[in-house]
Design a protein around this ligand. Structure first.
Ligand code: AMP
Length: 352
């Protein structure tokens, strides 16, 4: 924004906030407070227009002077009447494009979606470009996926195998090791015939987990011990078990031996990508594994890229954010990038 206004450009800003399904959502999710906060951050006047189209918006834009900043109301207000924003309504993208001369897309977090405010505007503009943030995301994630400095270690955690299958498959050829932690571990345990007690499992993914393990040889590194509890509760009496998890227990975090194992894998890494917690880190009793992995990533000295809300909040909790080379602003977008998919929001800029 500063770059545009410093060059004498007029910055017309589009963004979305939350999901808009009802009229009440509109009251809660206006961008007005965002515009006000932006004015504080920029230390200059920011015009807010409480509309996503129409005369009021067009008039406010016509009145802008060089260097001015204007914030348009939440683009998803256009979703209430027929999903025009999220469904990339062709008329809406064309209309928004008509309001400016050049399009700069800096919304990496929505780049995996084809919306009117990204793909729609870009495809109706003569000139469109990636903003500095989008550029940085493409640089770091792109280098990790296409041209990583080896050893390249990926760490994947979180609840579900099904969310990460595409990433594991894509990275099997590229990474030297793939560390798996979190709830998805136990589907892999089940595939290996290790007892899982009441731990999280995706029955319909066990076969696939088997195939991945076969394909991976020794590339996939699983936890060797787990912090387990009789119930999903911070105060439940927890125990560490190596290997088999007894009946009546569920694994809710990785154990200390797993942390040591993961550390040894990370020690020599030159590129690390991490997405997803190692356990139920929202509960203090089961947060240690995730915190220790955050520390190990920070200590590795590797080019480190961390994505996903949970891993980022674990980094913040441990105060390690500034030790990470790149914290990705995408959740789904980061995963799809790591899967090697073409992100429509980026593709729409490529020939402009
Ligand atoms: P995801 O959205 O797939 O990245 O998963 C994040 C969620 O996985 C977090 O809310 C964690 O609490 C949860 N999670 C991680 N490990 C486990 C586990 N062992 N059992 C149950 N849930 C877990």
């Amino acid at each position: 924004i500063k770059y545009i206004t410093d060059q004498g450009g007029k910055a017309i800003l589009f963004s979305h906030l939350g999901r808009i399904k009802t009229e009440e959502d509109k009251e809660k999710l206006s961008l007005r407070p965002v515009a006000e906060h932006l004015a504080d951050l920029l230390n200059k006047k920011v015009t807010f227009v409480p509309a996503t189209r129409g005369e009021q918006l067009e008039k406010a834009i016509a009145e802008m002077e060089d260097g001015d900043v204007l914030v348009v109301e939440n683009t998803r207000f256009e979703d209430l009447d027929g999903k025009k924003e999220s469904g990339n309504d062709p008329e809406l993208g064309k209309y928004w494009a008509s309001l400016g001369d050049v399009f700069v897309n800096d919304a990496f977090g929505t780049a995996h979606r084809s919306h009117a405010s990204n793909v729609g505007i870009a495809s109706n503009m003569k000139q469109a470009a990636a903003g500095f943030l989008l550029e940085k995301e493409i640089k770091f994630l792109g280098e990790a996926v296409d041209n990583p400095v080896h050893p390249f270690v990926a760490i994947l955690g979180g609840a579900k195998v099904s969310d990460k299958i595409g990433v594991i498959e894509h990275l099997l050829d590229k990474a030297d090791k793939i560390i798996v932690g979190g709830g998805m571990t136990y589907t892999f345990y089940a595939a290996k015939g290790i007892k899982i007690g009441n731990s999280l499992v995706e029955e319909d993914k066990i076969e696939l987990a088997k195939e991945l393990l076969e394909k991976a040889g020794d590339k996939i590194v699983l936890p060797v011990d787990n912090v387990c509890a009789p119930e999903f509760n911070n105060d439940a009496p927890a125990k560490v078990f190596e290997g088999d998890i007894p009946d009546g227990y569920m694994a809710l975090d990785i154990g200390p031996k797993s942390v040591e194992l993961f550390k040894s894998v990370l020690k020599d890494a030159k590129t690390v990508v991490w997405n997803g917690p190692m356990g139920v880190f929202e509960m203090d009793a089961f947060a240690q594994g995730t915190k220790d992995v955050a520390q190990a990533v920070a200590d590795s000295g590797a080019t480190s890229i961390v994505g996903g809300g949970d891993s980022i909040s674990a980094l913040k909790k441990t105060g390690l954010s500034d030790k990470i080379t790149h914290i990705s602003t995408g959740g789904g977008a980061t995963l799809e990038f790591l899967e090697g998919k073409v992100l429509p929001g980026i593709a729409a800029l490529a020939d402009k």
